[in-house]
Design a protein around this ligand. Structure first.
Ligand SMILES: *[C@@H]1O[C@H](CO)[C@@H](O)[C@H](O)[C@H]1NC(C)=O
Ligand SMILES: *[C@@H]1O[C@H](CO)[C@@H](O)[C@H](O)[C@H]1NC(C)=O
Ligand SMILES: *[C@@H]1O[C@H](CO)[C@@H](O)[C@H](O)[C@H]1NC(C)=O
Ligand SMILES: *[C@@H]1O[C@H](CO)[C@@H](O)[C@H](O)[C@H]1NC(C)=O
Ligand SMILES: *[C@@H]1O[C@H](CO)[C@@H](O)[C@H](O)[C@H]1NC(C)=O
Ligand SMILES: *[C@@H]1O[C@H](CO)[C@@H](O)[C@H](O)[C@H]1NC(C)=O
Ligand SMILES: *[C@@H]1O[C@H](CO)[C@@H](O)[C@H](O)[C@H]1NC(C)=O
Ligand SMILES: *[C@@H]1O[C@H](CO)[C@@H](O)[C@H](O)[C@H]1NC(C)=O
Length: 524
């Protein structure tokens, strides 16, 4: 199904919810049973509401869990931020508890401490577990969500129901922010919102996507991994002879030309992906599904330059010019054998094996009965055991990554949102993310045409962390650290954060706070 087909599919849904909501909107439902009064092992929280709301017009059993925090600072009362983790199939409580919410885990404990960089200081913040079956959300049986069209229509129906329960939020300036696979979710949700505007107005202002899947998978991973490995050679501890094989591949496979084209400001015309590297060029009807891509079935455990060459050029399993899979396999192979970097984390190449795993903390904390009572997921007198909470649902992930045809990446629809709907688009990356490396994001953006021109016309320039003195923009290199580089043209911004991995706020909380402050204020 092409993008146009998705639009018309979504369009057909609009009329019905508007009939349902036009009369219920006058009398808003009672929300007192969603109030969160206190949270076990936690410091004080901003006013919040949590629980499950059914997905309208779907079989019983489909409900999405939400946790809504009131704005802590009246100066930001006009904003509603909606945060999405990716996966697909990962709970948005991950972002809440690992750095953007009002509380976070204290060290390696399941006690929650106050987060000075909470985005609740920048607006009302809504966390939603979606699609159905993710985190605390529930799904009917058999599992009903098999593709992104369904993900989008479920969320959009649900969002309308949410606004009828919280009508005071209807008029707020809405900002969708998320990371990773939310690079698919958010643009499609934004399209649904703007296409349904007449029937159900929502004041959508901006969308922000961090380390997101916005481009063609072949461009975001295979075409760009070589330059990434070279730029991070010391951190990754890759020997020169191995690196030379990637350089050879980039030349032989035509990736150099694509990268050179992306490095021109402004770019000079459409940037082509040579062929179908790793069978990941979705336009060529990927023989290899994204589900196989993450499933490591092709790993030949390459540890030497020769083995790397064979894996890139001669693997029948990985497809042609398999630079990304080979790089990922090489790193895990040498780190497991003790020959290379001791611990390899594709989400943050700087993390070491001593890092605390927040997903374990989340799974432990949110599986407690008293926590689930507090979040209105069960009654305190309920004698049945609490549900076992998983931060990520691997069956949802496999299902959505394997859907055929693959979901067209968002670079098709982002230009329309920016050009025709006047939505601000903010794209950001963390330097140490190898899974969705920043060169891939830059390539996707330089190949995009919005507001009449292609890409950015000027190379990104340094920006500084001005969180220490919010009232005075910091322009002095001596007193403020360079936080990264950025570009801003015609309603689109791009930021690359130094020193951060896939989840930028996890390591750069104050920089990210300043970024979100500017996003909601509309000054980025
Ligand atoms: C994942 O979602 C499916 C479908 O709702 C559900 O049956 C399964 O229990 C979930 N798995 C986990 C680990 O939460
Ligand atoms: C831009 O592309 C055109 C056509 O592809 C080519 O003729 C021209 O030389 C290019 N200009 C630059 C500066 O690369
Ligand atoms: C650039 O966009 C064109 C047109 O949508 C597409 O065919 C091509 O594959 C894109 N290139 C990259 C590097 O994504
Ligand atoms: C992984 O790939 C193998 C071979 O293609 C396939 O049989 C298996 O179902 C895949 N597993 C998952 C979880 O996708
Ligand atoms: C490996 O791939 C290279 C480049 O495509 C090709 O020239 C070579 O013949 C292949 N070798 C084998 C043993 O298939
Ligand atoms: C954190 O605690 C868990 C279980 O309580 C333990 O398994 C893990 O090793 C600890 N991690 C660190 C880095 O101390
Ligand atoms: C609260 O902390 C205590 C002591 O550290 C611990 O035993 C208990 O499991 C924690 N409760 C939750 C919900 O994590
Ligand atoms: C587009 O949005 C900006 C800021 O959000 C606003 O100032 C401007 O008036 C809008 N333009 C149009 C044509 O609506």
């Amino acid at each position: 199904m092409n993008v146009a087909a998705i639009y018309s599919f979504i369009h057909t849904l609009w009329a019905v919810p508007s009939l349902v909501f036009s009369h219920t909107a006058r009398v808003s439902p009672d929300i007192s049973h969603f109030a969160v009064h206190s949270l076990p092992n936690s410091s004080s929280l901003p006013t919040s509401w949590a629980g499950r709301l059914p997905v309208p017009q779907t079989p019983e059993g489909n409900s999405l869990f939400f946790w809504l925090f009131g704005a802590e600072d009246p100066a930001y009362d006009e904003n509603l931020i909606i945060w999405f983790n990716g996966g697909p199939g990962c709970s948005s409580l991950i972002g809440l508890a690992t750095g953007n919410g009002p509380v976070h885990f204290d060290g390696n404990s399941t006690r929650l401490a106050q987060n000075p960089h909470s985005w609740t200081k920048l607006g009302h913040v809504l966390y939603v577990d979606q699609p159905a079956g993710t985190g605390f959300s529930t799904a009917s049986i058999p599992y009903p969500v098999s593709d992104n069209d369904r993900v989008t229509s479920d969320f959009y129906r649900w969002l309308q129901s949410f606004f009828t329960h919280f009508p005071n939020l209807r008029s707020k300036r809405v900002h969708l922010i998320g990371e990773s696979w939310a690079g698919i979710y958010i643009p499609y949700f934004a399209s649904a919102i703007v296409n349904g505007q007449d029937a159900f107005p929502i004041n959508l202002h901006s969308i922000s996507i961090g380390d997101g899947t916005i481009g063609n998978p072949a461009a975001m991973s295979t075409v760009t991994i070589g330059p990434y490995l070279r730029s991070q050679k010391n951190t990754l501890q890759i020997p020169d002879d191995v690196l030379a094989v990637f350089t050879e591949a980039d030349r032989a496979c035509g990736f150099d030309e694509a990268m050179n084209a992306a490095n021109q400001y402004p770019p000079n015309g459409t940037i082509h992906i040579p062929g179908d590297p790793e069978n990941l060029n979705y336009k060529r009807h990927a023989k290899r599904k994204l589900g196989d891509f993450v499933n490591h079935t092709c790993n030949s455990e390459p540890a030497t330059a020769d083995a790397v060459r064979t894996a890139i050029f001669n693997s029948t399993c990985q497809g042609p010019c398999a630079t990304f899979s080979t790089a990922a396999d090489y790193m895990t192979t040498v780190s497991a054998s003790g020959a290379g970097k001791p611990c390899h984390d594709v989400y943050d190449i700087h993390s070491d094996c001593s890092a605390i795993d927040p997903l374990n903390q989340l799974a432990s904390y949110f599986s407690h009965a008293d926590v689930q009572n507090a979040l209105n997921l069960r009654r305190p007198d309920d004698k049945s055991p609490p549900v076992s909470y998983s931060p990520c649902n691997s069956s949802t992930l496999t299902t959505l990554l394997s859907s055929t045809p693959p979901t067209p990446p968002a670079y098709h629809i982002l230009p329309t949102l920016v050009t025709e709907n006047n939505i601000s688009l903010h794209v950001y990356s963390g330097e140490y993310d190898m899974l969705l490396n920043h060169f891939g994001t830059e390539l996707a953006l330089q190949n995009m045409t919005w507001n009449g021109r292609q890409g950015f016309s000027r190379k990104p320039q340094p920006f500084y962390n001005n969180d220490a003195a919010p009232a005075r923009p910091c322009r002095d290199k001596e007193t403020c650290a360079e936080a990264g580089i950025w570009a801003s043209e015609r309603g689109v911004t791009y930021h690359l954060f130094w020193g951060a991995g896939h989840t930028v706020f996890a390591k750069k909380a104050s920089e990210m706070f300043a970024y979100v402050r500017d996003v909601v204020a509309g000054t980025r």
